[in-house]
Design a protein. Structure first.
Length: 199
């Protein structure tokens, strides 16, 4: 009985620790990305699939030697020789871990430090003639994934999309992000705005 209690306690402790790291990744990203340009008034409650950014990274790695004429198709921000900090074995394990994750917890206000936006269900945003749609029509909205943190807690993947509420052919920005834990602060090190091209 003691062993079962100890096991349950250990799992809960690991879960809380993991959740705390994910929250730090999210908020460090939000501060870095949007602190000077906080241009959205809505965040969608339903997170984007958390395996999406790792799939971008995997595809970019697979296509790393493809060239377009004289240009290298994959052009990381880092200098040559280009480094791929998350190896393919770790990546496949992360994708496998999260691909069947049917528990897609909604974002809550408490997940964000000092939120300056309204959390709204995606169905309400998409509904015709809803009061929410009318109130925020034309404003920017943010969708963001829950982070995936590597086993060594050094790197994390995120995916975000910014779009205009109610304007289906409006401006949309989206990127997969690779972040690194530097001195207990998560910093963006690579951006993947196309499925197999690093910007």
């Amino acid at each position: 009985m003691k062993n079962i209690i100890y096991l349950i306690f250990s799992i809960l402790l690991l879960s809380c620790s993991s959740s705390k790291i994910e929250k730090q990744v999210l908020n460090d990203f939000m501060n870095e990305q949007f602190i000077n340009n906080f241009s959205f008034r809505v965040v969608i409650k339903q997170p984007i699939s958390r395996i999406l950014p790792s799939e971008f990274y995997e595809k970019a790695y697979e296509d790393r030697n493809i060239r377009l004429g004289d240009m290298i198709r994959i052009r990381p921000e880092s200098n040559p020789p280009f480094e791929w900090p998350v190896d393919t074995i770790e990546l496949k394990n992360l994708i496998e871990k999260y691909k069947n994750n049917s528990i897609n917890q909604l974002w809550m206000k408490r997940d964000f430090h000092r939120p300056k936006f309204e959390l709204i269900d995606s169905k309400i945003i998409q509904a015709n003639r809803s009061s929410v749609l009318e109130r925020y029509f034309g404003d920017n909205a943010l969708e963001i994934s829950k982070p995936i943190v590597t086993t060594n807690k050094k790197y994390a993947f995120l995916f975000f999309r910014i779009f205009n509420v109610g304007i289906y052919f409006g401006h949309t920005t989206y990127s997969a992000i690779l972040m690194e834990n530097k001195n207990n602060k998560w910093k963006k090190i690579e951006t993947y705005s196309e499925f197999n091209i690093i910007n």
